[in-house]
Design a protein. Structure first.
Length: 202
């Protein structure tokens, strides 16, 4: 969950490998929809969605390991995560490969967090860093939906993937909501800090 003002202590550094990976992930969102609904290939769509979810760990690792953390990356990475999860959940729900209540529960959480982030940004709150619980919940859900999609395909291991989808969802959803509650005190602190900070004109 990111919102608020620029952190002067970190460069924007737009042309870093992690930022390029985040942009590539965003550009591949239409590819997922085309494979799922254009080609009608659930297995291939599941692979695309799973790879896009797994690369979230890759860009974060590269940013930390090679000192390529940037202000732009702190915006791009969670934005890519949120859009991928929203689009993935919606696509798999429309396809009918996932139980509707799981899809709705995931979408409600993402929608609420996105709405709060926008409101806090408008109110001038400082940036809120993504927590470990938030990243863990997102990571689990990013694999739950590709697994459900693969479970609805005609490959030989479909049932095993369906079990994997249930496991990731039943573990990831509670963590996902727990992490959202954890942002409440952080949001209050960020809002207070934003309101008490001097403006650029002062």
């Amino acid at each position: 969950m990111h919102c608020g003002t620029y952190d002067a202590g970190v460069d924007w550094r737009p042309f870093t490998v992690p930022n390029l990976i985040s942009v590539a992930r965003l550009c591949c969102i239409p590819l997922f929809w085309w494979v799922l609904f254009g080609l009608g290939d659930r297995w291939a769509a599941a692979v695309v969605l799973g790879v896009l979810g797994a690369t979230d760990w890759v860009d974060g690792y590269i940013a930390r390991r090679f000192d390529q953390v940037s202000e732009l990356g702190k915006i791009l990475d969670p934005t890519a995560d949120r859009l991928l999860l929203l689009v993935g959940v919606l696509g798999v729900a429309i396809d009918g490969s996932v139980p509707l209540w799981i899809a709705v529960t995931a979408l409600v959480r993402e929608g609420l967090v996105a709405l709060v982030a926008v409101v806090l940004a408008v109110l001038g709150a400082h940036r809120i860093e993504v927590t470990w619980w938030g990243k863990t919940g997102t990571f689990a859900m990013m694999f739950a939906f590709p697994f459900f999609l693969a479970g609805g395909s005609d490959i030989g291991l479909a049932e095993a993937f369906k079990v994997g989808g249930w496991f990731c969802a039943l573990v990831g959803l509670p963590i996902h909501y727990y992490s959202a509650l954890g942002y409440v005190p952080a949001a209050r602190a960020a809002l207070r800090a934003g309101r008490s900070s001097p403006t650029e004109d002062q």
